[in-house]
Structure formats: structure tokens, C-alpha cells
Design a binder for this molecule. Structure first.
Ligand SMILES: [Cu+2]
Length: 374
């Protein structure tokens, strides 16, 4: 009876791991697989010039826009924009690949349009028991015509996240034989769940003429009810490539970064129509039997049904199959489950026809919609 609804519950595999005691390995692997995409897709847990090893989940395309502006001194006061655009996706959890494009790069005079193709892997995470989040990025920069690399270590201590990087850069100057070594540090402090302060300092061993160590300072905010984050910041660095984030100049640029995660399942998944009878017999507040409830849930950092149609009076039950807590929170806050712990369920009865978009408070990129029909 319980699983007869649309066959949906039979259709997805549920993995269970020992709650404790025995080998920590399965739990550790589960945490690595499931938790990796969680952090820092947005701007809150990193700083403007330190990616902090962010990776996206499979089926997600991440678009990040950075625009930094410089105003020249008077009397001209010309404002120059330094736009940078990052697009990245993943086919394998814990990895990300994509590109950075800077359309007003001053890395190499002859190449104002700087392209960087990048691949990043984040094999070890603090949440899976490792002391730090470790990630490695390799990149090919078309303007510099060479390969760059970054090793990033990050550790969260309460609301503070500390990030350290080491980079090796091809020298885009005269000789291709030279390699720049870069060391940087920084991080972010969460003031609230959706607001953080951040900054970094990135130093290179061989600074060219007019170059300085790169720095940045900013404020990041998660935009309520959306999967987007915004950072407002100042920096003396230009593009978002490993090269660009490692080179400072003697002028301060003011700008922003806006992050857009596109979850393809939201667009390709379509709506599921739950063919359940409305709980006509059940009075408000009454215990509703399973026949009148619709089962769905959370798994792999997503709500199983992007859009779920039910009839008025139906009870929707969410089961959390992830190893970490999620919430089911209406965008207009008309309902809120609070934390739904791993392996537990939460149910809510929808009496009034309408459209109820909801999200997960800890992971705002997790979104779904309940459509209640007459
Ligand atoms: Cu969640």
C-alpha cells in the first residue's frame, strides 16, 4: 500500500549505512559522496580570490559572474569594467570542470579575452573526517599559453573558514621557462547563516613591473528564497583565473560576484502527478492513513520530486535519505519542518489549492514545488 503510489518509492535506490560502532568506512564514503557538493558553490564560504575548492554536483551547471570596476582619476574619471564569467559542471561527484572567461583581462597585452579551462577535484573533506577540505585544480590558460595549478586546503572552525592555497603559474611574460610560485591565505566568517565577511592575501615569488600581492575584502550574502549568492567586494586583482587571482595592481577595483546554480533536473524532470485520493474523510487535524498520503523525500542533496501535484487534503510525507539534516520550508514560510534528521520523515497536510514553492534552509539550492489541485 505504502509503495503503490506511482511506483516512485520503488524507483529510487536507498542506501543505508551503519549508524555507528562498526567500520566507519561506509559512513565516510557516504559522506564523501553526498556532502562534497554542499559547500561554497556560493560565495559565503570562500573569499573573492580563493575558490576554496568549490565543486558542483552532477546535473548542475554553475554560472558565476564577477564584475569589478575601476574609476580613473579626475578630470577624466572613466569607469572601466573588468568582467569575468565562470561556467562549470560535473559528471562525477567531487569533481568540477569548466572555464573562466575574462573579457577585459590585462594578463597579456595581446590577449584581452582571457580563457582558462579548468578541472578541479576535491577528494578529501573535513565533514568526512579528514582534518581539512583538500582540492586540486589544474588549468590551461590560453592567454598565458601555459598550465597552472592550485592546491587548496580549507578548514572550518565554528563560523570561521580558513583557506590556504599554493599555486604554480606559467609565466606569461617573455620566457616560458619561468614558473611563478604563489602562496595565499584568507577565508570567511559567517556573521549569520546567510551573511559572511571575507578576505584574502595572495603573494607571488616574482612580481613583475607594476604588480603587487593580490588582496580582497568583501561581504557575501545568500539571497533569501533563491539559490543565489552575491558578494560585494574590493580587490586589486582582475580576472577569476588562477593567473588573474594571483596578480594585484596598485589600483583598487570595486565589484561583485553573483552565483547561479542551474539544477537541470528542475527543468528536465517535469511534474509528477500523484494519483492519490484526496483525504476527504479526514477532518483537519485527524490522523490520516497512508492511502491518503504522498511519499517523497530528499536524497543526494535534492528533493526527489521537482514539482509534485496532489489533491487538496493530501498529506505529503518527506523522508530524508541523506546522511545530513534537511528542512522542508515554504518560500513564504507558511510551513516549515525545521530540521528533518537523517532517516526520519516529516509530513504536512495541504488543504488549500495553490502552488507552494519550498526549499531547504541549510541548502537553499535544494528546491521543489507542491501544486495542490481542487
Ligand atoms: Cu538540505
Amino acid at each position: 500500500m505504502r509503495f503503490a503510489i506511482g511506483g516512485r518509492m520503488l524507483g529510487h535506490m536507498t542506501m543505508r549505512f551503519p549508524a555507528g560502532g562498526r567500520s566507519p568506512l561506509p559512513a565516510l564514503l557516504a559522506a564523501m559522496v553526498l556532502v562534497v557538493p554542499l559547500r561554497a558553490q556560493g560565495t559565503l564560504d570562500r573569499s573573492p580570490n580563493l575558490p576554496g575548492g568549490w565543486v558542483v554536483g552532477p546535473g548542475t551547471i554553475q554560472f558565476n559572474f564577477v564584475h569589478r570596476f575601476v574609476r580613473s582619476p579626475g578630470p577624466v574619471r572613466k569607469v572601466t569594467n573588468y568582467p569575468n564569467f565562470t561556467a562549470a559542471t560535473s559528471f562525477l561527484r567531487g569533481t568540477t570542470f569548466g572555464f573562466n572567461y575574462a573579457s577585459n583581462s590585462n594578463l597579456v597585452q595581446a590577449y584581452p579575452n582571457e580563457w582558462e579551462f579548468l578541472a578541479r577535484v576535491a577528494p578529501l573533506r573535513q565533514r568526512s573526517g579528514f582534518p581539512v577540505d583538500l582540492s586540486v585544480q589544474g588549468a590551461y590558460n590560453l592567454a598565458a599559453d601555459g598550465v597552472d595549478a592550485e592546491l587548496s586546503l580549507a578548514r572550518s572552525i565554528g563560523p570561521v573558514r580558513i583557506i590556504g592555497v599554493g599555486r604554480l603559474l606559467t609565466d606569461p611574460g617573455d620566457g616560458k621557462d619561468l614558473t611563478d610560485a604563489v602562496v595565499g591565505g584568507g577565508g570567511a566568517i559567517r556573521l549569520t547563516r546567510s551573511l559572511s565577511l571575507q578576505g584574502d592575501y595572495v603573494s607571488r615569488t616574482t612580481l613583475g613591473t607594476g604588480e603587487e600581492a593580490a588582496w580582497s575584502a568583501g561581504l557575501a550574502v545568500a539571497i533569501p528564497g533563491t539559490p543565489h549568492t552575491l558578494s560585494l567586494h574590493a580587490s586589486n586583482a582582475g580576472s577569476g583565473s588562477l593567473q588573474g587571482m594571483s596578480r594585484g595592481e596598485d589600483k583598487t577595483r570595486y565589484g561583485f560576484e553573483f552565483t547561479i546554480p542551474l539544477t537541470l533536473a528542475r527543468f528536465l524532470g517535469g511534474a509528477r502527478r500523484a494519483t492519490v485520493p484526496a483525504a476527504a474523510a479526514a477532518a483537519p487535524g485527524a490522523v490520516v492513513d497512508d492511502a491518503a498520503s504522498v511519499h517523497t523525500g530528499m536524497s543526494n542533496m535534492q528533493f526527489l520530486d521537482g514539482t509534485l501535484e496532489v489533491r487538496a487534503g493530501a498529506v505529503v510525507e518527506w523522508r530524508n535519505d541523506d546522511p545530513l539534516a534537511h528542512s522542508v520550508t515554504a518560500d513564504d514560510l507558511s510551513f516549515d519542518s525545521g530540521n528533518v534528521a537523517s532517516g526520519t520523515t516529516w509530513r504536512y497536510r495541504f488543504d488549500r489549492p495553490g502552488r507552494y514553492p519550498f526549499h531547504c534552509t541549510p541548502h537553499p539550492f535544494m528546491r521543489g514545488v507542491i501544486v495542490v489541485r481542487e
